[in-house]
Write a protein that binds this ligand. Structure first.
Ligand code: GLA
Length: 737
């Protein structure tokens, strides 16, 4: 790994064993990209990679010099108004009405390791040896505006972290109108674009489409990353599949509005851009002020989509997730939401907890309904203390202690960013919500959004949470956020500051998380947003796991978890077994299948354990034992998608331990098939040379090569439900000793 700078050619070559990323200072002193992809050997001059030719209509930098035109060059951070007619990476509104900007190269700095991003989540290193960072300073000398481009290359990952920082050194007021975290020009557009799109209860479906001329992309204007579009985009060669082929991933570590787009020009170059959504964003910079963009993580893989996903999984699991829980097994929890809703009694709660304990579960989580006046979703949000003693006679402390006495840990639900009008908080501070003067705030789930751009608001919420978390033995917090944003206006800000509100809101959320993590470093946080509407890398920096979806139907979950795994490791996906008929789709799937899907995530339960039959109790006890035995493998192993539920009736995936000595294979059948084919499932990631035992028939040995080339036979009779609708099975493979 290293970063080489050549003074003569003004080229920067960032490389490790897997990738090369080459930047050059162009003839107009802007930055250009010469190459990004598989590692190539260094040489002293790559200038020939700069495409240059005289073309009519093209704009040039100097008279009589027809080689270099911004329009036909791969720009590193494209400016506006000087001849590059494609999408700019940033915009600056100036006092005189001009939007023309020209950033020219000034200087660079290379250092070992990686510095933190101020107030923002980002990938980190634990030793300077893990990464090297390049900072290039570009300046618009007329505006006295600096743009510091930040690049980190990692030793062990084919990944580059990119972000930018703007600093106004001049006297004039500048307004940043868009600031993408990264803009990458690729020399051709022969790719399919892959995105994770969905909606509430059906998050992160895999959508694939070929690139074509024009601009195509996804975004969120919802105020948070959203269930509709994840801040993530992939370009893959049309021939690439899960195991082979060239793939580029672009992921944004951010939880607010975002935009990912690819512009294909008529010379078939592809410009990929990722960052904060420009709409509603306007950042005024006064003299001496800076703006730091969120971080984008670029991954290159030659091992297809699984190869790309595994890089993101390892990087995010080990160097984005932080704290005590990063390397720990997460407790198997039982959550009361689907069993009771908000209208529960303490007796009912303790019965669920007792049953959970008897079945081997380790933590009870009390969901919505414990605070203020809250039996439904019309009131109470904002009052984070117990007022209803009939419901919880000993308060949260009393209940938590009783749960602890059962030998279980205790977890609690909060929705810190929200308020109902029917709450003490709103009655005393009706102007604490986001709302524009003279306008009526739009309701969603009868709740409104607290103005987290205001310190006094965040301080007040912190005070309430700190009190309850320090008084009661609480080991886990589920932090929910159950509506999208509207009327994004902060009454305490000046008109020219309103364009900062959405980003400042997210910084307010990050700030509150950070304070709570400092005060309670042992608490495990799980983020949630009506299921997975804020499942993004930004959240993972604070909360190591996220509630993947409110849809716990096993068949829907196969799809949701499969799509989510494109970017996110299994140890970040909350996955629970719930009751049937399923609340969202009314489907009745076997208990075994519900367990077999949830095992490939952070395993838990979400149902009334009271009315179970003996057979169901037996199955659940076995599931819990299985989870305890294999959760370390699930957390740390390499995950492979084998067969897509979006394409086939049977879906499959597997996890292989890092030493390749054990593996778990999950096989899922959507609908039963009469007189179906003999299924041989080709496995992946095993050691070619090793022999494996499959738990089904320990007397027979299978070569790793054989299992990957010929396949593992799936006997439909061995599946639960004998291969009928919603049948499934998990196979455990172990190397023969
Ligand atoms: C959201 C969450 C659920 C549950 C409810 C409580 O919908 O996704 O898991 O916590 O809120 O209101």
């Amino acid at each position: 790994m290293g970063i080489i700078y050549s003074e003569t050619t003004k080229e920067f070559h960032l490389y490790n064993d897997m990738i090369s990323y080459i930047i050059q200072v162009l003839p107009n002193l802007q930055l250009g990209n010469l190459y990004y992809g598989k590692r190539i050997r260094h040489k002293s001059d790559f200038t020939y990679l700069l495409e240059g030719r005289h073309r009519s209509l093209a704009v040039y930098t100097k008279e009589k010099e027809y080689f270099f035109s911004p329009q036909y060059t791969r720009m590193e951070y494209p400016c506006t108004g000087t001849g590059d007619y494609r999408e700019p990476a940033f915009e600056v509104d100036q006092e005189d009405g001009s939007r023309i900007v020209c950033l020219e190269y000034q200087s660079y700095r290379i250092y070992k390791g990686k510095e933190k991003l101020k107030d923002l989540p980002a990938v980190y290193v634990e030793s300077e040896k893990e990464a090297e960072t390049l900072e290039i300073t570009l300046t618009d000398s007329l505006l006295q505006l600096d743009c510091i481009m930040q690049y980190t290359i990692f030793k062990d990952y084919p990944a580059i972290a990119r972000s930018v920082k703007f600093c106004n050194r001049g006297e004039k007021i500048l307004r940043l109108g868009r600031v993408f975290s990264a803009s990458v020009d690729l020399p051709d557009a022969g790719y399919d674009m892959v995105q994770l799109s969905g909606a509430w209860s059906r998050e992160r479906k895999v959508i694939v489409r070929p690139l074509s001329i024009g601009t195509q992309g996804i975004n969120s204007r919802h105020g948070i990353s959203s269930a509709e579009q994840n801040p993530f985009l992939v370009l893959k060669r049309p021939g690439a599949d899960e195991l082979q082929g060239e793939v580029y991933g672009f992921s944004l570590i951010y939880s607010g509005n975002h935009m990912e787009q690819v512009e294909v020009d008529t010379c078939h170059m592809a410009r990929v851009q990722i960052g904060i959504h420009p709409e509603g964003f306007e950042w005024q910079l006064l003299n001496g002020e800076t703006f730091q963009s969120p971080e984008a993580i670029l991954v290159y893989s030659q091992q297809g989509l699984n190869g790309m996903s595994q890089v993101y999984h390892k990087l995010y699991r080990n160097r984005l997730v932080r704290g005590l829980w990063r390397d720990r097994e997460r407790p198997i929890l039982i959550n009361n939401w689907e069993a009771t809703g908000a209208a529960f009694t303490e007796e009912k709660i303790l019965t669920i907890a007792k049953n959970g304990k008897a079945l081997g579960m380790e933590m009870f989580v009390l969901d919505d309904g414990w605070f203020g006046k809250r039996d439904d979703d019309f009131s109470g949000l904002g009052d984070w203390y117990v007022t209803n003693n009939a419901k919880l006679p000993g308060g949260i402390k009393g209940l938590a202690e009783k749960v602890m006495e059962l030998g279980m840990q205790f977890g609690l639900w909060f929705e810190p960013e929200m308020v109902n009008k029917d709450s003490d908080l709103f009655r005393s501070n009706p102007d604490w919500i986001l709302c524009a003067p003279g306008r009526t705030p739009s309701p969603s789930r009868n709740q409104y959004i607290l103005d987290f751009t205001r310190k006094e608001v965040v301080d007040y919420i912190y005070g309430m949470m700190e009190k309850i978390l320090s008084e009661a033995p609480i080991s886990y917090v589920k932090w929910d956020m159950n509506r999208y944003m509207t009327e994004c206006y902060s009454i305490t800000k000046k008109p020219q500051e309103q364009g900062k509100v959405m980003h400042r809101y997210i910084l307010g959320v990050y700030g509150l998380y950070e304070r709570l993590l400092k005060r309670f470093p042992n608490i495990l946080f799980e983020s949630c947003s009506s299921g997975g509407a804020r499942f993004d890398p930004g959240m993972l920096y604070y909360a190591p796991q996220t509630w993947t979806s409110d849809d716990t139907d096993a068949m829907e979950r196969v799809k949701i978890q499969y799509g989510t795994s494109y970017l996110y490791p299994l140890c970040t996906m909350g996955a629970h077994v719930s009751a049937v008929p399923n609340l969202q789709v009314g489907r009745v799937t076997p208990l075994e299948t519900r367990g077999n899907v949830a095992q490939f995530g952070v395993f838990g339960y979400e149902l009334d354990l009271g009315g179970l039959s003996d057979q169901e109790r037996k199955i659940i006890r076995e599931q819990v034992e299985f989870a305890k035995k294999h959760r370390s493998l699930i957390r740390t192993g390499d995950f492979y998608r084998l067969q897509s539920p979006f394409e086939e009736n049977d879906a499959a995936w597997m996890v292989v331990s890092e030493d390749k000595k054990e593996a778990l294979v999950g096989f899922y059948r959507m609908l039963g098939v009469p007189n179906d084919a003999w299924i041989r499932l080709r496995l992946a990631g095993l050691d070619q040379e090793m022999d494996y035992m499959i738990d089904e028939e320990p007397s027979v040995l299978y070569g790793g090569d054989e299992l990957m080339q010929v396949g593992m036979v799936i006997q439909k009779e061995a599946l639960c439900n004998q291969g009928g609708d919603y049948s499934s099975k998990i196979y455990y493979l172990e190397v023969s000793k």
